[in-house]
Design a protein around this ligand. Sequence first.
Ligand SMILES: O=C(CO)COP(=O)(O)O
Length: 244
Amino acid sequence: MSARKLAAGNWKMNGLTAALSELDDLAGRENGCDVLICPPATLITPAVAHAGEIAIGGQDCHAKESGAHTGDISAAMLRDAGATHVILGHSERRADHGETDAQVAAKAVAAHEAGLTTVICVGETEAQRDAGETLDVIAAQLAGSVPDCATAANTVVAYEPVWAIGTGRTPTGEQIAEVHALMRETLSARFGDGGDVSLLYGGSVKPGNAAEIFAIDHVNGALVGGASLKASDFGPIIDALAQA
Ligand SMILES: O=C(CO)COP(=O)(O)O
């Protein structure tokens, strides 16, 4: 087995019902790679009806299966709504909700138990990069956020430098290659088949830079925010991955 190519879209807190037409416009684009869209939770079930071969995922889940946790959503609920994947540990959740590596790992265990594939996010802040701490930060986040039950079949890891998200700034090819090589090496050492976990890059991926990013070693796809909202942007990114 080798790592599967995945073009994943994270709609974040964007999208009302009318946005589902973008999924119709993506139909048939998924030749040669997997495609995932993670809309807001309110759109998961209707999105499945528009998705065709495109997988639908959530953007977070609670570590518990049910209970007194107002406003939260469990992995079983996501699965029941039609999701097959869930993004966990996105830097916006780490920053806005104080999520720790241990909480992300606990959520991932719950997600795997519910039959979901996890997309676990790691990434350094600009201050950490400037301090030369990037590789240590990524190694620590991988060690703490990826649970022991992770396999290439149930886990995807996304490298998203915090300073590249929504800023139009991207790391150099060498910087992405360095982090992806570390992630591949670390996962291979820890898991038997970890060498086959799909590794995504995320942060200001656009149609104009996608092909260049997908040519980098150990980059198996992208986790795309803003440019996943419109089929006219995300479609060319999927095409670039299929051709990479
Ligand atoms: O956070 C991201 C995806 O999860 C990246 O967002 P942008 O593509 O908007 O920079």
